[in-house]
Design a binder for this molecule. Structure first.
Ligand SMILES: *Cc1c(COP(=O)(O)O)cnc(C)c1O
Length: 355
């Protein structure tokens, strides 16, 4: 039976990216050694790093004056590194979910933190809009796609201050105006395999804070050394490179956005039509293309386990909702096919017919 991976992260990767990674682990570029056993400073690995950095810049149309890094630690370590390196006096945070809250918690260790807007009052089922942004912020931190709740800002916000974006779960799924951001980052288990974090940084914003920064937590250390101050996660970086090549070959972020919308429309249309289900996000325009969250209507609530089993038996993998939301979550990252979304819709229809 064909399996469709709707897992939120680690997540679906294009089959050819997995095959190329497997092949590089066995024999990298025909050199008779595995990519996992060669020096990261070798002439064989350096081009991997160089091309991965260059492709991030090319695909996202990153302006001059920005650096790209591939580090360890996940997005969660960035929650601390960002304020360590960027927070001089006061930063603003949009509280749109658990990840945003975690980022805000770390920032409070380094300076004044203003919660500029929040949707906590309704369990993050909508995105704050039309909020006032203080003009004296060092930066406004936003989470562009809220993986757990299925809300997403589909366009870059228009604000008068510099932004920092956690784009862990929607990077490379739409064009981004990078010039609005001092930093964009994300755990790359939603882009590559777990173990690598991508960071895009505006160089001239660094060095403004007065505090001492431990060497490994100072972005300048990594920029100076081309993301190789210490041993980088070589295999996940290689997988990221193959995925970036795949994105480029398939039309780049414009094509990814079109596909994302097509997939999301297919699944949301069925959620709205099917008598058993309803979406959890209040406002239609806030619905994420990446993480589609839905629950059973109240009168069918006791079918929860049954639908999960029914869907799993038909090859739908990883659709259990996050415990904070309940119900179901179909994550549809770049590598998810339209066919996969249609298969999910068929499953929902069959289940409806049965009840
Ligand atoms: C997955 C995720 C994180 C956490 O990433 P880690 O690499 O596991 O630390 C942070 N923010 C968002 C939006 C995520 O989806």
């Amino acid at each position: 039976m064909k399996k469709y991976n709707f897992g939120a992260g680690p997540c679906i990767l294009p089959r050819e990216v997995i095959e190329k990674t497997a092949s590089a682990i066995l024999d990298f570029n025909g050199i008779g050694l595995s990519i996992a056993e060669i020096s990261h400073r070798s002439k064989d690995f350096q081009p991997v790093m160089d091309e991965a950095m260059a492709l991030v810049k090319e695909i996202l149309n990153v302006p001059e004056g920005y650096s790209v890094l591939f580090l360890g630690g996940g997005a969660s370590l960035e929650f601390c590194m960002i304020p360590f390196n960027f927070l001089v006096k006061k930063a603003g945070y949009l509280n749109t979910g658990v990840w945003a809250k975690k980022a805000m918690k770390e920032a409070k260790l380094f300076g004044d933190v203003v919660e500029v807007a929040s949707s906590a009052d309704e369990n993050y089922t909508y995105l704050p809009k039309n909020f006032d942004v203080p003009t004296d912020l060092d930066y406004l931190h936003i989470t562009t796609n809220n993986t757990i709740y299925g809300t997403e800002y589909h366009k870059d916000l228009d604000v008068s201050v510099r932004m920092i974006g956690d784009m862990s779960s929607d990077i490379f799924s739409r064009p981004v105006d990078v010039s609005k951001y001092d930093c964009i980052y994300g755990g790359a288990q939603k882009l590559s395999m777990a173990g690598v974090t991508f960071i895009i940084i505006k160089d001239d914003v660094l060095g403004r804070v007065q505090r001492e920064i431990p060497t490994m937590l100072d972005y300048r250390t990594h920029i100076k050394k081309g993301s190789m101050f210490n041993t980088p996660p070589v295999v996940p970086i290689y997988t990221a490179l193959e995925n970036l090549r795949w994105i480029k070959a398939n039309g780049g972020v414009e094509a990814m956005e079109k596909l994302a919308k097509e997939r999301a429309d297919i699944v949301y249309d069925e959620i709205d039509r099917n008598k058993l289900f309803r979406g959890t996000v209040k406002c239609e325009e806030d619905r994420s293309y990446m993480n589609i969250c839905f629950v059973l209507n109240d009168e069918y609530a006791d079918l929860q386990d049954e639908f999960f089993k029914f869907a799993t038996e038909r090859g739908m993998v990883g659709i259990k909702g996050h415990r904070d939301v309940g119900g179901f979550r179909a994550s549809c990252y770049n590598a998810m096919s339209v066919e996969g979304c249609k298969a999910l819709v068929e499953t929902m229809k069959e289940f409806e017919a049965k009840h």
